[in-house]
Unconditional design. Structure first.
Length: 278
């Protein structure tokens, strides 16, 4: 299956799954890689943010196989989104996944790690309001030596920032391997395989969601898009602490990104089974 076909097919299937409600209506998930929306390549920065890979054509892993983004949260645990691994059509149970922390998936220095297994939140997909969109990819011991894992937030961390009247003024950092949506006319999604970053303004905080503004024409900042799903959201100024992971957004990646909070009971109940929580 060609790159463009994968984007269309997976995007459509996820739109149909989410349906119509006040919750996000389009999973800006799998499949592609390029400059994150209105951002720039990370180079050696963010070495603990990686690409989730899947061998679509059974012809060996290359930069074409980028599926989603994720973060190293322990030496052997990589955090991403459940919708990246739970689709029974594209990634059936027992699928073999790979992870790369290379900043450029097409560079000669490209390297990847074969996962030893994976798990996603068993409550994923039962409720749009509480989507439980988290998955963990398990990596071999010693395979991430030299990479410092990222930190998870304490319980209710974002609620505390809201109560203090701080959160409205914060900028958030998006990091991922996803596409860079064109900003005018018919949406196109160019591909380059580089890990990139941008910043976005706060929009709203819901019980399980963090929403950010990604209308670059009004904010002058950036956002995320296809292939960034599962990637981390940081508060600008503290890129060691993940506060949310990319779940969804509008189909053209031009308005809003909605991210699954990691400081909630829903997220912590799942994560706490596999990693030590603060």
């Amino acid at each position: 299956m060609k790159f463009a076909e994968r984007v269309l097919c997976v995007g459509l299937s996820l739109v149909l799954f989410v349906g119509c409600s006040d919750q996000p209506r389009h999973i800006s998930a799998p499949l592609s890689a390029s400059l994150i929306v209105n951002g720039q390549p990370t180079g050696s920065a963010y070495p603990n943010v990686g690409a989730l890979l899947f061998d679509w054509n059974s012809d060996g892993i290359t930069g074409d196989d980028e599926l989603c983004t994720g973060s190293l949260i322990s030496p052997t645990v990589f955090l991403t989104a459940a919708h990246c691994v739970a689709d029974p059509v594209f990634t059936p149970p027992g699928s073999q996944f790979y992870v790369s922390f290379s900043p450029d998936l097409y560079a000669r220095s490209f390297r990847y790690i074969k996962a030893t297994g994976y798990v996603f939140d068993p409550d994923y997909g039962h409720s749009e309001a509480s989507l439980h969109d988290l998955a963990l990819i398990f990596l071999p011991k010693g395979s991430t030596n030299g990479i410092t894992p990222l930190q998870l937030p304490t319980a209710g961390y974002l609620d505390q920032l809201k109560d203090q009247g701080i959160i409205n003024s914060l900028l958030f950092v998006n990091v991922g391997y996803g596409t860079s949506a064109t900003r005018t006319g018919k949406a196109e999604f160019p591909y380059d395989g580089k890990r990139s970053y941008s910043k976005a303004e706060f929009k709203s905080l819901q019980p399980t969601w963090l929403a950010l503004l990604i209308n670059t024409r009004s904010t002058g900042l950036g956002g995320d898009c296809y292939g960034d799903s599962g990637g981390p959201k940081f508060i600008d100024g503290n890129t060691r602490l993940i506060v949310a992971t990319v779940t969804t957004g509008d189909a053209n990646c031009r308005a809003t990104t909605v991210d699954w909070r990691l400081d909630t009971p829903e997220a912590r109940n799942f994560l706490g089974k596999y990693v030590t929580l603060p």
